[in-house]
Design a protein around this ligand. Structure first.
Ligand code: PHB
Length: 386
């Protein structure tokens, strides 16, 4: 009897040990996104999209449960290095996901490159992240600032514009967006007569709008996003400019913003790697699931968050949950066709999406697809040696 009890206890203990051994540690994801400020809504949409994709995977990746550690980065590059170091050293995250603001993402990329931590960028377009800073452990599910901007330069030429003025926030994203537009616009024989800017995240547009009125260009090209995009579109219309000078933008100008912009956004042309009316089965099912889960319409940021999780899922499955196998993770992601709501895409050698850039026009409360401005556009990845 006694022997029997001991055997039973031993068996129980062994079973417990076994089941512990079979339960892999949680996969820790450091979400570093803006939850306050001009880009707050963008951060929330990215997280929503990311969580939706994880839920569709049954809430686990390669059998590992997920734990999120969240940081509000406030779109403040001066706090970014501290924030990302805390996620790596204090919280021991397995992977970093962030951010929206190019300056913040560059700081994250620097730390990721130095420490070898996996980083998936779900928005920030900083060209350098998949350019000179490119690395085997850094991936982007979104775009480079160059991509939609270059496409809009071509569109402006095709629409017959000769003289353009640009206006944006003075930081990496704005500067690179304007540069991409100028590259295509000047190649087509156009001329950018003036670059206007204001410090991020300022929204005192009045003096700049007065200057645009006096310069009388054929078109204005702009990069603004989030709360600033809402205000800029409203101020542009209120200044009476919408009737006389077409306003073109990288699509962030009207994405996730249309409810707040109302009639002032109607008719605006923008270029982006997503549109609200793609009408594909893949996009329809994504939009339905997102709307059901969050009682909100998705936007480009939600798509990028969703696809960041798809990239993580593909890599994690390939290494059976062991994220220390960096080379195998990268090689699986490099070979994968990402089944995105925007349309299927693959990553370039520098780990940035090679993707169609759509021309869209605001119609009602939608960024309606007009045409494909450039098919399978790859960023030039200047300076990437990988
Ligand atoms: C950026 O800083 O790279 C950025 C921010 C907001 C956007 C797009 C790009 O919508």
């Amino acid at each position: 009897m006694k022997a029997h009890r001991i055997t039973l206890l031993a068996a129980c203990a062994m079973a417990t040990t076994l089941s512990l051994a079979q339960t892999p540690a949680k996969l820790k994801i450091g979400l570093m996104l803006p939850y306050t400020g001009t880009y707050a809504a963008l951060g929330i949409a990215i997280e929503n999209g990311f969580r939706l994709q994880i839920a569709e995977q049954g809430g686990k990746l390669a059998g590992r449960e997920i734990e999120f550690v969240k940081v509000d980065d406030e779109s403040d590059p001066s706090k970014a290095t501290d924030n990302v170091n805390k996620l790596i050293k204090r919280d021991n995250v397995d992977v970093l996901v962030g951010s929206v603001h190019s300056g913040v993402a560059m700081a994250m990329a620097k730390v990721a490159k130095d420490t070898g931590t996996l980083l998936i960028v779900p928005n920030a377009g900083a060209d350098v992240v998949t350019g000179a800073m490119c690395a085997p452990n850094i991936f982007r599910s979104s775009f480079t600032n160059w991509q939609p901007a270059y496409a809009m330069g071509e569109v402006a030429i095709k629409k017959g514009a000769k003289k353009a003025v640009t206006i944006t926030h003075k930081y990496a994203a704005g500067d690179e967006s304007v540069k991409g537009f100028r590259e295509a616009f000047e190649k087509g024989g156009g001329q950018v007569v003036k670059d206007l800017s204001l410090p991020f995240p300022g929204v005192e547009f009045q003096a700049l709008l007065t200057e645009i009125a006096s310069l009388k260009p054929d078109v204005v090209y702009t990069f603004f996003a989030g709360g600033a995009a809402v205000k800029f579109v409203k101020d542009y219309a209120a200044a009476g400019l919408k009737k006389s000078i077409p306003l073109y933008g990288a699509g962030f100008l009207t994405d996730g913003t249309l409810d707040a912009q109302g009639a002032d956004a109607e008719g605006l042309f923008t270029t982006l790697h997503y549109a609200d009316s793609l009408g594909t089965a893949r996009d329809n099912s994504f939009r339905l699931a997102y709307a059901k889960t969050y009682k909100l319409q998705p936007d480009v940021y939600a798509v990028q968050g969703y696809d960041a999780a798809q990239i993580l899922a593909i890599g994690t499955a390939a290494v059976k949950g062991d994220l220390s196998k960096k080379a195998e993770f990268a090689s699986a992601v490099e070979k994968a066709k990402i089944d995105s709501p925007r349309g299927p895409f693959m990553l370039s050698k520098s780990h940035n999406p090679v993707q169609d850039i759509y021309l869209r026009q605001v119609t009602g409360k939608e960024n309606k697809l007009v045409s494909v401005a450039i098919k399978a556009l790859a960023d030039p990845a200047r300076g990437c040696k990988m």
